[in-house]
Design a protein around this ligand. Structure first.
Ligand code: BTN
Length: 329
């Protein structure tokens, strides 16, 4: 990656036009080089307009992630957290999956301005683009084994809802186990997703890599690439969100939630989770890993975070599966 790529994107981040000549002068390089770097950014999926006589501009203003600003937003707690921002990374989850076994510090947050191969749950891709999504992963080491972490992803969902409320996104709901949805007149749309990957023993110590992707401002281009209805924070509130401040809020909430989860497991979060449950008492179908589909009425979660469904054969409990709303004729 050319070392001028992010300095140039930083100039363009105001969303205004900047001539190739002015940018070249600023860095004391040729206009051809600027053109090459712009082409490199476009290859990374950054939408840059080039207009003869005006220069280059992004489709809208963006905020680049910045370690100092994120730490400022976190406040005192930042002193014992490890915050790292990458300009470009394949996947923040992949990065931490590789680095965690090499003793990467506990309570690390790795965020990326551009993520080139974001991973979603169930082997899906997670689409993201500069300034359109917030993409980061958090490493938390537990003194208990992976077997004792059931409900962790639901607790993380609760944490995200708390953070969203702090920036006035009050309408977000949870779909079991941990999708963040918003309902509008066309139905439910995805606002954020969580992918947790675990390392370590089932019984001894373990590490959770908690990957979170939040849609900030989705372009038509990106919406077309996402395989399900999606929504950005900019469609939920009127004011602009400061990405660095918001990430700071999320990290703080997440740290508090993980510390509580570490000592008390999921149970303290259960009632709050249920209060945000998008499908409580609704007719749902749950697709299971073995291809089976079970239908019934969603009945909330138990103390372990498993989903309870009232079926024709009585209440059934699920600890994994993909839930969808069922139209009742
Ligand atoms: C989902 O399928 O809903 C989970 C999406 C998780 C996406 C995030 S973006 C940051 C982190 N890095 C990844 O590769 N995936 C997660």
């Amino acid at each position: 990656m050319n070392k001028l790529l992010f300095p140039i994107l930083s100039i363009l981040s105001d969303g205004k036009f900047h001539s190739g000549e002015a940018i070249a002068k600023n860095f004391n390089v040729s206009r051809v080089l600027i053109w090459q770097v712009i082409a490199e950014a476009q290859k990374l999926g950054v939408e840059i307009f080039s207009v003869r006589g005006k220069g280059y501009s992004l489709s809208h203003s963006i905020q680049l992630l910045d370690e100092v600003k994120i730490k400022q937003s976190i406040g005192e707690m930042a002193s014992w957290l490890n915050i790292k921002v990458f300009d470009v990374v394949d996947s923040t989850n992949n990065f931490l999956m590789q680095e965690a076994p090499k003793a990467y510090p506990h309570a690390s947050c790795v965020a990326a301005n551009i993520q080139t191969s974001g991973k979603g749950r169930r082997g899906r891709q997670w689409q993201s683009s500069l300034g359109e999504n917030l993409t980061f992963s958090f490493l938390w080491r537990f003194t208990k084994g992976a077997a004792a972490l059931s409900g962790l992803s639901l607790a993380v969902g609760v944490s995200l809802i708390r953070s969203l409320k702090k920036i006035n996104v009050n309408q977000a709901l949870l779909k079991w186990p941990n999708d963040i949805l918003v309902k509008d007149d066309k139905g439910y749309k995805k606002l954020a997703g969580i992918l947790i990957e675990l390392q370590g023993d089932m019984d001894g110590q373990s590490a959770a890599i908690i990957g979170i992707g939040i849609n900030l401002k989705l372009s038509k281009n990106q919406l077309a690439k996402i395989d399900q209805p999606a929504i950005g924070i900019n469609q939920c509130i009127d004011n602009e969100v400061d990405s660095n401040e918001f990430l700071g809020i999320i990290i703080k909430d997440l740290t508090e939630v993980l510390a509580k989860f570490e000592s008390n497991s999921f149970e303290p979060f259960k009632d709050e989770w249920q209060s945000y449950d998008a499908f409580q008492d609704q007719s749902i179908s749950i697709s299971l890993g073995d291809g089976g589909i079970i239908s019934g009425k969603e009945h909330g979660v138990n103390d372990m975070g498993a989903l309870e469904v009232i079926t024709e054969d009585g209440i059934k409990t699920f600890s994994s599966g993909e839930v969808s709303m069922r139209k009742v004729e």
